[in-house]
Write a protein that binds this ligand. Structure first.
Ligand code: UD1
Ligand code: CA
Length: 452
């Protein structure tokens, strides 16, 4: 039996006050609608239809061919939206999950369980519900002898119905053909003059079909309507990611200050100190110390490495290496094992061989550095001539004196030294010492003469 999904995402999302459509706002590191798509796909939906209207071009631009589109030019209600969404699959046998594009906390496990129950009970419709303390604004699940009989909207509810605390999440699983037949019979004869999807429940029951509810928790169905709910969703999604790492054996201090994108991997016994951000495609090994105050994005880090108060982007860092405090590893750097990249060191598009020390106040850009090289304080790889970037090579076992400028392109061969304060413009042969600075001149008594 085929399973499809319809994602309702045509609404205006007025309260967000944004130039972006609501489903494209991000929480937990990705747009809201991505969470929804992964949840339904993970639950087995083979095709998703996004019902779009408001800022449709932006939605299409972002989603590309990951979904099929149905257009709802005028927002005449959730029932009207599903009528558009069902059109591309109305001749199919199977089931359809209806979800909203602004509920990023739904999980595939929850949908899977609801779908299992739906199939096993042979139902025409399953509404996903939750029980909450403050049901105001939600549609209420009206039951009789425990059986669902209808859903009534806040604005249409009687005083007694308003007291019901079981609410409609807005998510459903339907038999496609039966949904289609019921949709053809809904009207907009209600308090809001809208075509309510919720009305199909009563219609299916009057057709003698079996209808039921799957009760989940409020977190799963949290909808995002404004920036405050967006930050709440963000926090909850982030917490899931942080807790997932803890379950894998990562020690995280003050977890509420740590941000972890979905998919980030961290090895056992690594310690993450407060105010650390791990983003994108990042993989960190075991026994590392990360943070405090570090941001690592799209990086692969080995074992027993320390990254303190530093930023590392799109790079690789080996094992047993110490980075920071206050280092900046810019994209396309490959830093090996047992290296020190100390305070106020910037590395960009450079490879650094094992055992090299760049202890402080140094810029290494567009360079290939060998193993066991020692950089004195204040070294600059002068990689840019104002028009082009050039590459510099420093071979194994070199010693770069303090305050050396290496004017690229230039090569310092194996085992060579540069004298402190040198501006190196020509190749330094292996095992040589290059001194490239003016000799000191001493003018005896000069200062005394000036003071007179
Ligand atoms: C709906 C349900 C309500 C449920 C609540 C859960 C109906 C009639 N009511 O109420 O029972 O408790 O969701 O949040 O279904 N949308 C469109 N086109 C439209 C209208 C809506 O695409 O014409 C989309 C919206 O973008 C949104 C979703 O459908 O993603 C829900 O719409 P919304 O207006 O928030 O529904 P409610 O009236 O809050
Ligand atoms: Ca709503």
């Amino acid at each position: 039996m085929s399973l499809y999904s319809i994602i309702l995402a045509a609404g205006e999302g007025k309260r967000m006050k944004s130039k972006l459509p609501k489903p494209l706002q991000t929480a937990g590191g990705k747009p809201l609608i991505d969470w929804v798509i992964s949840a339904v796909t993970g639950a087995g939906a083979e095709k998703s239809i996004a019902v779009i209207g408001h800022m449709a071009e932006k939605m299409e631009e972002y989603l590309g061919d990951r979904v099929v589109y149905a257009y709802q030019r005028e927002q005449l209600g959730t029932g009207h939206a599903v009528m558009q969404g069902i059109a591309p699959i109305s001749d199919k046998d199977g089931s359809v999950i209806v979800v909203c594009g602004d509920t990023p906390l739904i999980t595939s496990e929850m949908i899977k369980n609801a779908y299992e129950e739906h199939k096993n009970a042979g139902r025409a419709a399953t509404v996903i519900t939750a029980v909450c303390d403050n049901p105001f604004g939600y549609g209420r699940i009206v039951r009789n002898n425990g059986n669902v009989v209808k859903i009534v909207e806040q604005k249409d509810a009687s005083e007694d119905e308003k007291k019901i605390t079981e609410i409609n999440s807005g998510m459903f699983i339907f038999d496609i053909k039966k949904l289609n037949s019921a949709l053809a019979r809904i009207t907009n004869n209600n308090a809001q003059g809208e075509y309510y999807l919720t009305d199909v429940i009563e219609i299916l029951i009057s057709d003698g079909e079996s209808v039921g509810a799957y009760i989940t928790d409020m977190e799963q169905i949290l909808g995002v309507n404004d920036r405050i709910q967006l930050s709440l969703a963000d926090e909850l999604l982030n917490r899931r990611n942080v807790y997932a790492l803890m379950r894998e054996g990562v020690r995280i201090l003050n977890p509420e200050t740590v941000r972890v994108d979905e998919g980030v991997k961290v090895g056992m016994d690594t310690v993450i100190y407060p105010n650390t951000i791990l983003e994108g495609n990042t993989q960190i090994g075991e026994d590392c110390i990360i943070g405090p105050n570090s941001r690592i994005k799209n990086c692969k880090v080995g074992d027993k490495t320390e990254v303190q108060s530093s930023v590392a982007l799109d790079s690789e860092i080996g094992s047993g290496t110490a980075v920071g405090p206050f280092a900046y590893i810019r994209p396309n750097s490959k830093i090996g094992d047992d290296i020190k990249v100390g305070d106020f060191v910037e590395v960009k598009n450079a490879s650094i061989g094992n055992g090299t020390k760049i202890a402080h106040l140094t810029y290494v850009g567009d360079a290939d550095v060998g193993e066991r090289v020692n950089f004195g304080c204040g070294t600059v790889v002068v990689n840019y001539d104002g028009i082009h970037k050039h590459r510099t090579v420093i071979e194994d076992d070199c010693f770069i004196g303090c305050n050396t400028n290496l004017v690229s392109p230039v090569t310092v061969k194996h085992g060579a030294y540069t004298a402190a304060g040198s501006t190196i413009t020509d190749e330094v042969p292996a095992d040589a010492l290059a001194i490239a600075r003016a000799r000191q001149v001493v003018k005896e008594g000069w200062a005394k003469g000036k003071k007179k």
